[in-house]
Design a protein around this ligand. Structure first.
Ligand SMILES: [Zn+2]
Length: 357
């Protein structure tokens, strides 16, 4: 029998006396961890802000075991490496030196991982991931279920049952759930945090609830009202695979240099694509940044100096459905990100920055 405490309790960032905040770590790692998409409100445009914790696309992430048996380590490593086929990342297992992902087996009975760049908030001597019940006789399927899930967290995925789209989809029998987990020494707060509380709209894996996700906990029928159960998922779901491809695309455009006064012709060729441009401002002046072409673009201005800081954004102030930002910029480094208004659509556009003389 599988004791129920043997599920993932995700580590909470900020409780370990970390060096940087979760938001700082995320935005310094990757410019588009802060994504802005306009939403039409009642007669005016509002912005939906997505706060993700993804690693820089294409990165090699070092992984180090802090303890554990070599035979168990080898099985964890082999399954973790499956993620390399799904995401444009390399997992390099090292035995010495620093590594942002550090695995321990010391905390028995608990398996957990930090989410994405939150690993950077953990003190370097401490683990960012723990496996609490692996041994040589643990079945392969159990290794697969847990390692795929924990590495999903490590690459930036949250629990699927905490996807805002899951709200109301699981008919939890709350008193029974509290009583059940109390036997495993979980407080009501632990249960609220790990099972009932959903994330903000802005940090989700998928737009729809995906009960087949590797990031979904099992939901036993005995803890729900009526007849509802979700089994232990040990395979990646098609939506998991699509999500990770989109977050860590193989043909990702690198940051493109933009010269003041020159336009660049470009294309949002794939659903969800975000193009990033960098430009430098040498003297304080009013700048006009805009897109042109047939595509409904959203333009965001980041900086100065910090690609994670969004200064402002625009949807439709340009010609037609194009975006246009006019702003006085101090000398410094700036970034522009261009995305399609509708994340499933694609199209051509041009982008440029002009400085008023
Ligand atoms: Zn988990």
């Amino acid at each position: 029998m599988r004791p129920v405490c043997k599920i993932c309790s995700p580590f909470l960032p900020g409780l370990s006396g970390g060096r940087v905040s979760s938001d700082e770590a995320a935005t310094h790692e990757r410019v588009d961890n802060l994504r802005i998409t306009p939403m039409r409100g009642a007669g005016r445009t509002r912005a939906a802000v997505e706060r993700l914790k993804l690693w820089e696309n294409g990165r090699t992430l070092k992984v180090k075991f802090l303890d554990g048996k070599p035979s168990v380590q080898a099985r964890v490593e082999a399954i973790a490496k499956e993620w390399e086929a799904l995401a444009n990342l390399k997992l390099q297992f090292v035995s010495s030196g620093s590594a942002p992902i550090r695995i321990s087996f010391a905390e028995e009975g608990f398996s957990w991982s930090t989410v994405g760049t939150d690993a950077l908030t953990v003190a370097p001597s401490k683990p960012t991931m723990n496996y609490g019940w692996f041994d040589d006789d643990t079945p392969l399927r159990e290794y697969q279920r847990v390692v795929r899930h924990e590495f999903g967290h490590a690459l930036g995925m949250i629990h699927e049952h905490q996807n805002p789209a899951a709200l109301g989809r699981i008919p939890w029998d709350k008193p029974k759930v509290y009583a059940h987990y109390a036997k495993q020494d979980w407080t009501r707060e632990d249960v609220d945090l790990n099972l009932f509380q959903v994330y903000e709209e802005d940090s989700t894996n998928h737009s729809a609830f995906d009960p087949k996700s590797i990031m979904q906990y099992a939901v036993p029928d005995s803890l729900t009202i009526g007849s509802f159960a979700i089994g232990w998922n040990s395979e990646f779901s098609p939506i998991d695979i699509e999500f990770m491809r989109r977050q860590y695309p193989r043909e990702a455009a690198a940051v493109t240099e933009l010269s003041l006064g020159k336009r660049i012709e470009a294309e949002l060729a794939k659903a969800g694509e975000v193009d990033t441009y960098h430009f430098s401002v040498a003297r304080a002046a009013t700048c006009t940044m805009d897109t042109n072409g047939p595509t409904d673009t959203v333009l965001a201005l980041h900086g100065p100096g910090d690609p994670g800081a969004v200064l402002t954004w625009d949807d439709d102030r340009g010609r037609g459905t194009n975006a246009r930002i006019v702003r006085k910029l101090q000398p410094g480094e700036y970034w522009l990100t261009v995305r399609h208004k509708t994340p499933v659509d694609t199209g051509r556009y041009s982008v440029g920055v002009k400085q008023r003389s």
